[in-house]
Design a protein. Structure first.
Lengths: 217, 217
DNA sequence: TAGATTGTTAATCGATTAACAATC
DNA sequence: TAGATTGTTAATCGATTAACAATC
């Protein structure tokens, strides 16, 4: 029996994509089995943590043997929901929106981009890898009779909340926000923020720390 | 006396940019003072956590009053090192590299993009907001006599480690990696990864969970 | 001054690590 | 079988929350 989604902590969930990535690499190297200890060596988590993490979802290993790489990869793919298909729309067809639309790996994993939406007339009408850039005013009409799972916000901060509200009305089930603001969404909508500046500011902090340490050792 | 950088946990550090962002918003609304309780209401951390976080770096508040918004903003900017100037180079001038080069907010915060580097001849010679796109083979020569603080990797996975190695040789002090692989760097180099697919996969997981819950309530 | 709110210590909670019996 | 390694429970560690005296 597969136990899934009990109440697994977000800390564990955020490690799953890394397992997924590493197992993929192992498969490409034709490694067929791996122990938690070996995996620990390459992934940087303790062997204990790896076993704990995996056991949130089921016993995928075998005592005395370890884990079958291919099987574990398949399981984690399933746990992450990568065996499903998702329809997405991207709002904002600037460089970032285009970058995401162009990222063919997402398509491979089942994330299909239906269209990009823009207000800049220069961009409307373009095609990004066969995906049309449409007028933002057409969004509501476009989404009728379609099931849109994920809305991606690639606009500037000023428009992000407006766009979020429009997406919620479609409705979408999740919002992937790249604008550097904290948008407000209904509780039941999955929200994931990618605040690039936060990440850059952490670099800045760490560089400053390093500099200070060199001065006062 | 300002206590900085003792051994503040990464959990705290990763919250700092969010304080920074919210305080900016408050300043724009001409709010001059705020209590940890009020801030808690808008930012979603407990008041207790906010006070704990800030006290890692010093006592910026005043009993009975709260915090001076503008002063706290300035302090957090300083703690994050945003009062410094950083030179950056971006390797990979595709949509993502261009998006980052175009992001004028970074420039405002002191992150100056010296140049982008590309191997695709169609892109070499372009200018992104006055920033030239140069041949990747010119990187080493270009960096001579220049102090490059941050190298940004916007290439595909295949080239990411090579590029990282080149950046380390320049040298750079930090690597900001957008390729969906785990690159290996010397210990003393600051590394920050933005794995977009990880973020998307977490959305996928949460959507799947939500679906499952609706079926087995 | 009285009221409000911090800074800080103590208590709780949760996540990570260690240990080991189960078992392949 | 003996050796290896898991799954799982217990111990530890760290982070968050609660409480309250200090003080503006």
């Amino acid at each position: 029996m597969k136990k899934d989604h009990k109440d697994v902590s977000m800390a564990v969930i955020r490690r799953l994509p890394k397992y997924h990535r590493r197992l993929k690499e192992l498969m490409e190297k034709d490694v067929t089995r791996i122990s938690s200890k070996e995996l620990s060596g390459m992934i940087g988590f303790t062997a204990s943590q790896i076993r704990q993490d995996l056991n949130c979802f089921g016993g995928f290993g075998q005592q005395g043997y370890g884990y079958d790489v291919s099987e574990l990869y398949t399981e984690i793919s399933r746990i992450l929901g990568l065996t499903e298909h998702y329809n997405t729309v991207i709002v904002g067809a600037g460089n970032l929106g285009q970058a995401i639309a162009n990222y063919s790996n997402f398509e491979k994993k089942g994330f299909h981009v239906l269209a990009l939406f823009e207000k800049n007339p220069r961009l409307i009408g373009l095609k990004i890898r066969d995906v049309p850039v449409l007028d933002i005013d057409e969004l509501e009409e476009f989404a009728k009779n379609k099931s849109v799972d994920i809305g991606v916000i690639c606009t500037n901060s000023e428009n992000a909340q407006d766009v979020a509200d429009q997406l919620v009305k479609l409705p979408v089930k999740a919002v992937w926000n790249f604008a550097p603001v904290d948008i407000i969404l209904p509780e039941n909508i999955v929200q994931e923020n990618v605040h690039l500046s936060d990440s850059l500011f952490v670099i800045s902090y760490l560089l400053k720390m390093q500099r200070d340490e060199q001065q006062n050792p």
